[in-house]
Design a binder for this molecule. Sequence first.
Ligand SMILES: [Zn+2]
Length: 157
Amino acid sequence: MADVESFTLDHTAVLAPYVRLIGVERGPKGDAISNFDVRFVQPNEGEIPTAGLHTIEHLLASLLRDRIDGVIDISPFGCRTGFHLIMWGEPMIDDVVPAVADSLRAIAEEVTWEDVPGVDAFSCGNYRDHSLHSAREWSRRILDQGISLDPFVRTGV
Ligand SMILES: [Zn+2]
């Protein structure tokens, strides 16, 4: 089986919340695509409940694109402790973290249910499984802890 970088990370050594560059891949014409580990919860010590994670996913899809260019996708980890963020080019973590943090701030402080995109049977695969209440609480908790620029040392925002 192929080696996958994420499975070589020592999940017991990291200090969440943080943003970490997993790697940069290059296409045949030289285009760069960056893959980030956006870790919101300390691995094996907790996880965001599915409904809250789902609502954070829908909101980050819009809020993050409003705050930083080059977002291809942001999708939750199956372990529910964070998200993969895929971006065009080679953005700096120093630019990614404030965009993520301000998106969480908007979820915690500004967003209403009417703002949550795609919460109907037409546009979501499980539209009944959402919780803005949980999304708000977890966003606040992550912001209170601060999002580190380094996965192993608490720094930054
Ligand atoms: Zn959905």
